[in-house]
Design a protein around this ligand. Structure first.
Ligand code: ZN
Length: 194
């Protein structure tokens, strides 16, 4: 079964606490927290202080997706705020092994995300260093976009690479996943759908 990670971006922010608490009694696997800085992506969402405030009222795994240009400077902040998993963008980080190792040193799962235009082959060598690979199935920056169909092939390619290396890296897919396409996303090899 594919695991579901609802994104906080889909919440009604005027009822934030109630929305977060309502997920405690569902099958949701993790709470996906999209952090945008207006530089790496053309939108601004929310920061570590919001993550810290909702941490005590949620029983879910906190899955922080950093869509920011200066990720290394914020790992400590999100770790202290209660993140259980931190994803950084391959396109935004210079030293991938160093940041993955630093995230893991905080006792947190480490993940790399790739934008739709980034080929999976580029991150293949880093797969053994990460707990999860996040494949963006829309251009990062805004919620509610349409799934890019070629993402399905990309998921299958990543799954093959992970299996051929004998790894247990999980695959998360983020953007436009809905009731109509989730079966094909799962079939292609995704473990978690945002
Ligand atoms: Zn995300």
């Amino acid at each position: 079964m594919i695991k579901i990670a609802p994104s906080l971006l889909a919440a009604d922010f005027t009822k934030l606490g109630k929305e977060v608490e309502s997920l405690n009694s569902t099958q949701a696997y993790m709470l996906h927290l999209d952090i945008m800085d207006g530089i790496f992506v053309p939108n601004i969402s929310f920061g570590y202080d919001i993550v810290k405030q909702i941490r005590p009222i949620s029983s879910l795994i906190f899955d922080v997706h950093l869509m920011i240009s200066n990720a290394p400077n914020y790992i400590d902040k999100f770790a202290d705020a209660g993140a259980n998993s931190i994803t950084v963008h391959y396109e935004a980080v210079d030293n991938i092994p160093a940041i993955l190792s630093y995230i893991r040193s905080k006792g947190i799962s480490a993940a790399i995300s790739v934008k739709p235009a980034t080929p999976i082959e580029e991150i293949a060598e880093y797969l053994p260093l990460m707990d999860m690979l996040l494949i963006m199935s829309v251009e990062p920056g805004f919620g509610g976009q349409k799934y890019i169909p070629s993402s399905t092939e990309k998921i299958a390619l990543a799954k093959n690479l992970i299996s051929s290396k004998g790894l247990r890296t999980s695959i998360q897919v983020d953007g436009g996943v809905n009731a109509a396409n989730i079966a094909s996303v799962y079939k292609a090899g995704a473990d978690i759908a945002v």
